[in-house]
Design a binder for this molecule. Structure first.
Ligand SMILES: NC(=O)c1ccc[n+]([C@@H]2O[C@H](COP(=O)([O-])OP(=O)(O)OC[C@H]3O[C@@H](n4cnc5c(N)ncnc54)[C@H](O)[C@@H]3O)[C@@H](O)[C@H]2O)c1
Length: 250
């Protein structure tokens, strides 16, 4: 039996990168996946990749920073699958900027997508996860564990995701809902184009974020960790913050 047979799973940020790899991986393992993203065209492609391969998927447009829209997303999953077993929060934004050039609007948007997003979806999902004894996997970042230069909003948002994960894990453990996070290092997705050296940036500070393994990770190397934490194989694991960073934070 595959690990996600009979499981109804919501994946946000599923149009690209880690989210797309996760939606595909979970569907390959039998999951019924509601793939969601801000980018409807590309998340529809993700769902089609899954259904063309014989899996079960639907696509839905959701801006995770919008609380009501997240309610509609969770309701759509429950209407389709009759329940919700796993929520995977992958959607995220970020990039380097000197803090003296950061705008309040971009700071708020970064927090809105990266931190309010996982709260918004979890808030609507938890009543259903309590019924199924399901779980949540959040995608944080090594930027939520250690300081990165030129990324104050991003670090603040991902540090928030780490603590949101632990707080929810503690609150719901005795009611059999697990909450875990993965912290990727540099992963080869379109996201990393926003994290390039800028005028006036200190390359030695930026080098500290590189993996010791000496390459970028692949999205599939993160989705495999997400699939493990989201599956019953991780049934005694909650509040875990798993680094998938090629040794960058050792
Ligand atoms: N790539 C890396 O090196 C890396 C490292 C650490 C953490 N992460 C995290 O992994 C997650 C996925 O990133 P990725 O590398 O796959 O990037 P990506 O750009 O390939 O994918 C991010 C996805 O999030 C979606 N998205 C952005 N804002 C959204 C919103 N408001 N509502 C819904 N969807 C939205 C985008 O449309 C995109 O499909 C992010 O949370 C990111 O912070 C990435």
């Amino acid at each position: 039996m595959a690990r996600f047979d009979g499981k109804v799973v919501v994946v946000t940020g599923a149009a690209s990168g880690i989210g797309r790899a996760t939606a595909i991986r979970i569907a390959e393992e039998g999951g019924q996946v509601l793939a969601s993203d801000w980018d409807l065209e590309r998340v529809t492609e993700t769902a089609k990749l899954i259904t063309d391969a014989g899996g079960q998927a639907r696509a839905m447009k959701t801006d995770v920073s919008n609380y009501e829209a997240c309610g509609e997303l969770i309701a759509a999953a429950v209407a389709w699958g009759g329940k919700l077993d796993v929520l995977v929060n992958v959607a995220g934004v970020g990039g380097f900027v000197h803090t003296t050039e950061e705008t309040p609007e971009n700071f708020a948007r970064t927090l809105g997508v990266n931190l309010h997003g996982p709260f918004n979806t979890a808030r609507h999902a938890l009543p259903h996860l309590l019924e199924t004894q399901g779980n949540i996997v959040n995608v944080a970042s090594i930027a939520g564990l250690e300081a990165h230069p030129y990324a104050a909003a991003y670090c603040a948002s991902k540090g928030g995701v780490v603590m949101l994960t632990k707080a929810l894990a503690m609150e719901y453990a005795s009611r059999q809902v697990r909450v875990n996070a993965v912290c990727p290092g540099g992963i080869k997705t379109p996201f990393i184009k926003n994290f390039k050296p800028m005028e006036g940036s200190d390359v030695t500070l930026m080098m500290r974020m590189m993996s010791i393994i000496g390459r970028y990770g692949q999205p599939s190397e993160v989705s495999s960790a997400i699939a493990f934490l989201g599956s019953d194989e991780a049934s005694f694991i909650t509040g875990e913050v798993m680094r998938v960073d090629g040794g960058a934070t050792l």
